[in-house]
Design a protein around this ligand. Structure first.
Ligand SMILES: [Zn+2]
Length: 472
């Protein structure tokens, strides 16, 4: 090729490169992200409880990539999923620290009973007759529908057939810590505690670090249903496999009496005596800790999950939340199962938690709104050992985020966000839900759940239960 032609060709290539870099410089800077979501207020729930006004979040590959004014975010990023934020609040998704999701199928089946009467004469016999993989699949789907609709993005579950719970939760796009339940008694999927622990090990092996939404854990039911030796065995397996434990603890006066009679100690002390708290423990209820036991919970960093509705409905008592918080106990919040609640509404739990402490201590300053919000978000994440990833909004955190509308009349006027979220907001105000960076509810439309199919399945199963009750 003649020299002149080569020079011309090189010049031509140079021009092309220059032209392509000069062409619309704004668009080439404009990074494409999965979701851009705006809000009038972004409640971060970080250490300084920072609130961003008129801002937006850029979400990409499951994480929060950026937070800034809506103007800056819209200049820096582009997305096919852009959600506006007029009259809306963004906050971390709610963490339901204690549930029995599939029990939605037993919603309202035996109300107005004491815990032990309710368990022994109603729930356990019904479970013996009906709980199957099909029951758990349908009930858990119903619960996932209800939880996503209400802004719950993570739940800690304890029921039977954990494999089914894990499959359903992950297919619905919900984050879950799923317990493999341990009991001395025969359960629908285990003969006894030895069998249950073998199942548990198997479940952990199959699900640990396999799915970004599912964490397999162990769930010894309670000190009155699992003996101390088996509780010790459960802790050993949990520590060997680096797995958290979820347990019902100090829930009723019956439990305290049982522990005193059988072990000569109240239940928290009995568990400490076998080093049960030597590892991540999520303890549901803790209604009756003695003054000597509260420091045991704090010193061992036991995460307490408060279930106000269930405790009131079963007359279990009022958990001394303010007292435990003062002593440095880490506290989250949960709904318990729908058979003792009877819904999975975390907003109601938050509201009741605040009100219950005020009336039981006769101190209106007890458990302020912002403390309750921490229980449902950042502290909920701490008690399940996930505070590095979820529970607050910040760059690099996993995107488990909900958007609340305050268009409804009950939000008019609005002076204080935390006050509105705890004392006014209900499930109907939740508009968008993002879990693991994926939109699972968009403008109230559920994207991962076929609600009609679930409704049909639930009605079919409820009919079977009704007929059996009528024939007995
Ligand atoms: Zn429970």
């Amino acid at each position: 090729m003649p020299k002149l032609l080569i020079k011309k060709f090189i010049l031509y290539l140079l021009c092309l490169t220059l032209l392509s870099s000069c062409e619309n410089p704004r668009q080439s800077d404009n990074l494409s992200v999965d979701i851009i979501i705006e809000a009038d207020h972004i409640l971060t729930m970080n250490e300084s409880l920072q609130i961003y006004e008129n801002s937006a979040i850029a979400i990409n590959k499951g994480k929060i990539l950026d937070i800034d004014s809506a103007e800056v975010i819209n200049q820096k990023y582009q997305s096919n999923n852009r959600i506006s934020g007029k009259n809306r609040i963004l906050m971390p998704g709610l963490i339901n620290g204690h549930s029995h999701a599939a029990m939605t199928l037993l919603r309202g089946i035996a109300d107005d009973k004491s815990l032990i009467d309710w368990l022994n004469n109603y729930i356990f016999p019904l479970e013996q007759e009906f709980v199957s993989e099909e029951f758990v699949r349908i009930g858990t789907k119903l619960a996932c529908w209800e939880m996503i609709r209400g802004g719950t993005t993570t739940f800690v579950d304890m029921y039977f057939y954990p494999e089914v719970i894990a499959e359903v939760a992950s297919s619905c796009g919900l984050r879950a810590l799923v317990s493999s339940t341990v009991s001395d008694n025969e359960t629908p999927n285990a003969m006894n505690a030895d069998d249950a622990l073998l199942n548990g090990q198997d479940f952990i092996e199959r699900w640990k670090n396999k799915n970004s939404l599912i964490t397999p854990i162990l769930g010894p039911h309670a000190i009155y249903s699992v003996n101390l030796q088996q509780l010790q065995n459960t802790r050993k397996i949990a520590n060997e496999t680096n797995t958290p434990i979820s347990i019902h603890l100090s829930e009723s006066q019956f439990e305290t009496q049982y522990s005193l009679t059988n072990y000569g100690m109240t239940s928290i002390k009995a568990l400490e005596s076998i080093n049960f708290f030597d590892g991540l423990t999520i303890a549901a209820h803790v209604v009756w800790p003695t003054d000597e036991e509260i420091p045991i919970l704090a010193n061992n960093k036991v995460g307490v999950v408060h279930n106000p509705t269930s405790n009131m409905k079963l007359s279990s008592g009022i958990a001394p939340i303010s007292k435990m918080l003062e002593a440095g106990v880490l506290i989250g919040i949960g709904t318990d199962g729908a058979a003792s609640n009877n819904d999975l509404d975390m907003w109601e739990e938050m509201r009741l938690a605040a009100l219950l402490q005020k009336v039981s201590t006769m101190n209106p300053e007890a458990l302020p709104a912002i403390e309750v919000l921490k229980m449902a978000t950042v502290n909920g994440a701490k008690i399940i050992g996930m505070d590095n990833a979820i529970g607050k909004i910040g760059i690099g955190m996993t995107a488990d985020i909900i958007q609340i509308s305050y268009d409804d009349v009950h939000h008019l006027p609005s002076y204080d966000i935390a006050s509105h979220l705890v004392y006014v907001t209900d499930e109907q105000d939740v508009i968008n839900v993002i879990i693991d960076g994926k939109l699972v509810m968009h403008e109230k439309e559920l994207l991962t759940i076929d609600t009609k199919e679930i409704e049909d399945d639930v009605l079919y199963f409820a009919d079977k239960i009704k007929k059996s009750i009528e024939n007995n």
